[in-house]
Design a protein around this ligand. Structure first.
Ligand code: ATP
Ligand code: MG
Length: 180
């Protein structure tokens, strides 16, 4: 499983549709300060369901939408698609390639898609659960995250290990059943 491509449109500093293809060999993104490197990481977290505006380095969710510059006016929505190689069938989805899309309008309306089929945020979370990807995953470690993991309560730290061990799915299902 690896990241094949990322399509960004109207997200942060990417007003026009931008397609980044990664392949298996990309190990780093380099560029001058302010050129959008962190915005690319933000786009990946966001499309995988990140809800924390703080984690996305903004004040409100609308801040992910391209807000305009002196030369270019703002846009009405942000859309990011992530294309993941799934030939090893690690993600519980159909096809050797899985496309996950998130769209957000200034009106506050959100849309999520898996392989272009409209889904709920819950489906996105479940797709990535126990894979190490996703909001609870450890494949993206932001600045300060290591300190955060070390300083949290032991029960919260346990969740990181549960995700790594691939058993979050079961705890999640159990909690869901208990709520019913
Ligand atoms: P550094 O090397 O300093 O970490 P970076 O390449 O990671 O830089 P980013 O933080 O990804 O840079 O990009 C910052 C730029 O993105 C800033 O110029 C900022 O104005 C722009 N930006 C962020 N959000 C938006 C938005 N909603 N609309 C337009 N531009 C935005
Ligand atoms: Mg940066």
């Amino acid at each position: 499983m690896y990241l094949k491509a990322l399509e960004i449109q109207g997200f942060k500093s990417f007003p026009e549709k931008t397609v980044l293809t990664f392949g298996e060999s990309i190990t780093a993104i380099v560029g001058p300060n302010g050129s959008g490197k962190s915005n690319i990481a933000d786009a990946i977290c966001w499309v995988m369901g990140e809800q924390s505006t703080r984690a996305l380095r903004g004040g409100k969710m609308e801040d992910v939408i391209f807000g305009g510059t002196q030369k270019r006016s703002q846009v009405g929505f942000a859309e990011v698609s992530l294309i993941i190689d799934n030939t090893e069938e690690i993600l519980p989805a159909e096809g050797s390639e899985v496309m996950v899309t998130r769209r957000y309008y200034r009106s506050g309306e959100s849309e999520y898609y898996i392989n272009r089929r409209s889904v709920r945020l819950k489906d996105i979370n479940e797709l990535f659960m126990d894979t190490g990807l996703g909001r609870e995953g450890y494949s993206i470690i932001g600045q300060g995250r290591i300190d955060e993991i070390l300083s949290v309560k032991s029960e919260e730290r346990r969740e990181v290990f549960e995700e790594a061990a691939g058993i979050s799915r079961f705890r999640h299902k159990k909690e869901e059943a208990e709520r019913k």
